[in-house]
Design a protein around this ligand. Sequence first.
Ligand code: NDP
Length: 448
Amino acid sequence: MPVLDESLTPVFEEVVRRNPGEAEFHQAVREVLESLGPVVAKHPEYADAEIIRRLCEPERQIIFRVPWTDDAGRVQLNRGFRVQFNSALGPYKGGLRFHPSVYLGIVKFLGFEQIFKNALTGMPIGGAKGGSDFDPKGRSNAEVMRFCQSFMTELSRHVGEYTDVPAGDIGVGGREIGYLFGQYKRMTNRYESGVLTGKGLTWGGSQVRTEATGYGAVYFVDEMLRGAGDSFDDKRVVVSGSGNVAIYAIEKAQQLGAIVVACSDSDGYVVDEAGIDLDLLKEIKNGHRGRVNDYAEQRPGVRFVPGRSIWEVPCAIALPCATQNELDADGAAALIRGGTRIVAEGANMPTTPEAIRALREAGVLFAPGKAVNAGGVATSALEMQQNASRDSWTFEYTDERLGEIMRSIHDRCLETADTYGKPGDYVAGANIAGFTQVADAMLALGLI
Ligand code: NDP
């Protein structure tokens, strides 16, 4: 494990002590602190104001009971969370995740990452995250609606267009955002479009928001390739997951000439040597909430491989777009054996620290989620702009803005890495650029 700067070691120890049992949160904090050695050396004012310690402590953490009834009339109980991490740059902003694995440590890791990601976009948004251990899988629309209504009944006290603006994440797509917005509108008697992003196009949503995270990730990788005088053309690409981020990463990579040969879900992966048939995948996933093995059943010559790691499929570019810690040291070794040149994180923290180290030692170009997947939240901020001005932009214009933002994040990462003596290091560049922007705002706002 890389050693932390000696002034940062007690900060990390304090985080571990104050947040026991929250392994993912510790991992996310450590990954940022590992980049900050050169920053604290250059900026003693951050240490004087205890900026890093203050950043590691959320401004507010809300945990609440979510009771609801299932279709059989039985009472069900879940736990809801909203961690409002940092609002130095703007109202809290970050998604809601509905998945049985959600607990405080997951929400805090995601909220912490979100602070730096949102800063990197250059938009005026703070960092937050929320969700519930509710599992929408296998639930009827009516059950999902009753859950969302109960969840929003409490959450509504804590959100608002100038306060905190949630969006989707794993398990929270257009359907869930609709039910959540409907309940907020009913409770407040206000059509406050800016309270949630990821809304439908006919009721305040933005063009490109659905596609934004996946498209943005591919725009980022396109810049990485351009820097090496290369392109996506004819590149073999593997994308993990088959949800929102994965589907639109596949779509944009294919539009740029790549051959995406594999994708997955938590049951296993499919290999389609001819290139994923995206219309079929979208129909199965979005139309029927189906599984990737349904894809294999409906497409001749496609293999479904249950229970194994997708990273054993050889590829030039790997885009982990499913979940945290899905790419471990074994996965990294398989990618290296398969000749992978670029790994870029579409998901949040999908690569374990050991895997990152192995990839970088093998000369694989690695880019972290907080930069690569920032297109989603950036387009959410564009949705907020459109809501505030009661305007709606065309797909082409919004997509152009997304492309510009991703190029600017890419360049900022590299420029910052250069400035701090880490040329070509996207991890250091993203962490330092995001951190210094938030830290300067915190200094300016005083001890609050
Ligand atoms: P979705 O719920 O739409 O999709 C998640 C996908 O990942 C599903 O296909 C799911 O399969 C799969 N998955 C989950 N766990 C595993 C696993 N252990 N192994 C293999 N596949 C798995 O979520 P999103 O696409 O929205 O989010 C994906 C990632 O991107 C998350 O890390 C999220 O935080 C991040 N992200 C999302 C943004 C957005 O705009 N949506 C913005 C920025 C980051 P299954 O159905 O079997 O669970």
